[in-house]
Design a protein around this ligand. Structure first.
Ligand SMILES: [Zn+2]
Length: 302
């Protein structure tokens, strides 16, 4: 039976409810000094606020080495009643010191598989997806080896692969590598951040592969393109790709949390969903928040 691998164990896809398909409870990168998401109390408050508005599941895309705090996730999930899915994988090389990457150079796939099947560190908490990252309109050597490792871990486990597209670009490069060269089935790939490069033709081209497209935000850094999201979603739905769309909040800084006066996780349900319903209707928004993530993240685990 296929199941979504949450921090409290495998659950059937039908149990997810309303899903924030791309977000962060914890995240710490040297690239964002002073903006780390480290506070468990704030993470709990975000989950509770999301739950209050009908939220059922949060998929955290924080990968290896960026402060996932895996051991804290089960209690947060249990206390708030929100399913949480954790990630393995690696972000762009700028987020790591050389020693961390050197230590993983020849064993990244092995580490990803261990985190998906045995647990992250000593926490016993298993990851439910593999996160990797592309570059700006291209894939560098780091993106290639991490995606190769992700594909290998996918083959071993069945886990979905979620991809950070740098400023929303490089979708076709990612798909050609992951699905073309490395043979990952497109329906096991989720592309994130396409809203940051709102080119409708490029979106349709990527969707044509059969992969999932996760639209995320809003964010202060990407305000210039965030408001185009409803049009992009409508365009894809009209082209027949409504079943491949996902939505997430992608809270990456402490200032963006609702407990600190930002939009945070509840904003997805408080404002994004009703705004999107104006563009595509409530029925599609319901499917995008429930049925699509259930399919995207449910896996026949091996
Ligand atoms: Zn993210």
């Amino acid at each position: 039976m296929s199941a979504v691998r949450t921090v409290l164990g495998d659950v059937s896809a039908g149990e997810l409810g309303v899903c924030d398909a791309h977000d962060h409870l914890f995240f710490a990168s040297p690239r964002l000094p002073g903006e780390e998401l480290r506070a468990a109390a704030a993470a709990r408050a975000e989950l509770a606020a999301f739950r209050e508005l009908g939220g059922g599941t949060v998929v955290q895309w924080t990968p290896y080495g960026l402060g996932r705090r895996a051991a804290d996730l089960p209690a947060l999930s249990r206390e708030t009643g929100v399913h949480v899915v954790a990630a393995t994988g690696l972000h762009q090389d700028v987020h790591y010191d050389e020693g961390t990457l050197a230590a993983l150079r020849d064993r990244a796939a092995e580490v990803f598989v261990a985190e998906l099947t045995r647990g992250i560190g000593t926490s016993g908490v298993r990851a439910g997806l593999i996160k990797v990252a592309g570059g700006f309109h291209a894939l560098d050597a780091h993106a290639r080896w991490t995606m190769s490792a992700a594909a290998e871990a996918h083959r071993a486990t069945g886990a979905p692969i979620a991809v950070h597209l740098e400023l929303g670009t490089g979708a076709m490069d990612v798909l050609e590598l992951l699905c073309g060269e490395l043979g990952v089935p497109p329906h096991r790939v989720v592309l994130g951040h396409l809203n940051r490069s709102p080119d409708p033709a490029a979106h349709r081209q990527a969707a044509g592969s059969g992969c999932y497209l996760a639209f995320d935000g809003p964010s202060r850094a990407h305000h210039a393109t965030d408001w185009r999201m409803p049009d992009a979603v409508r365009d894809l739905a009209e082209a027949g790709h409504g079943d491949q769309l996902l939505l997430g909040g992608d809270t990456t800084t402490a200032a963006a949390r609702s407990v600190n006066g930002g939009p945070g996780m509840p904003y997805l349900l408080r404002r994004v969903a009703p705004r999107l319903a104006l563009a595509v209707g409530e029925e599609l928004v319901r499917r995008v928040l429930t049925e699509n993530p259930a399919r995207a993240f449910a896996v026949q685990w091996r």
